[in-house]
Ligand binder design. Structure first.
Ligand SMILES: [Fe+2]
Ligand SMILES: [Fe+2]
Length: 124
């Protein structure tokens, strides 16, 4: 897990917010960004889940459910934008972005603290 991936995901979220705030949504640009984001999420989530699994992390269940939810929602957004429902996708985005921010501040912060603790234990 690394912080620059979180930064990149944050940046992608910010750009999507700008795109969805524009009433004349650039469909191709939004689709490209969403697809890139989904691919990055899949890689990033797999990495976190692998760490959780190998270290026997206790909160893996709820953390992974949160990841699965985001992949499902981003896939739904991709379908909506593709099938010309951009207004609907724009209305869904703010809540999803809030949840993504919240995931970073809760699940990912907890996991980061846990991993740091594991390192300290194995170093000390
Ligand atoms: Fe993460
Ligand atoms: Fe996560």
């Amino acid at each position: 897990m690394n912080g620059s991936e979180h930064e990149w995901l944050n940046q992608a979220c910010h750009e999507l917010s700008l795109a969805f705030a524009n009433p004349t949504l650039d469909k191709d640009a939004a689709l490209k960004m969403l697809s890139l984001m989904k691919a990055s999420m899949l890689l990033h989530y797999a990495e976190e889940e692998n760490i959780m699994k190998t270290t026997g992390y206790q909160n893996m269940g709820s953390h992974k459910r949160s990841h699965d939810y985001f992949i499902f929602e981003v896939s739904t957004l991709i379908e909506m934008v593709s099938s010309d429902a951009p207004a609907l996708s724009a209305s869904i985005w703010p809540d999803l972005k809030k949840k993504l921010d919240n995931h970073l501040k809760t699940h990912d912060e907890l996991l980061t603290g846990y991993i740091e603790g594991q390192f300290q234990r194995s170093a000390g």
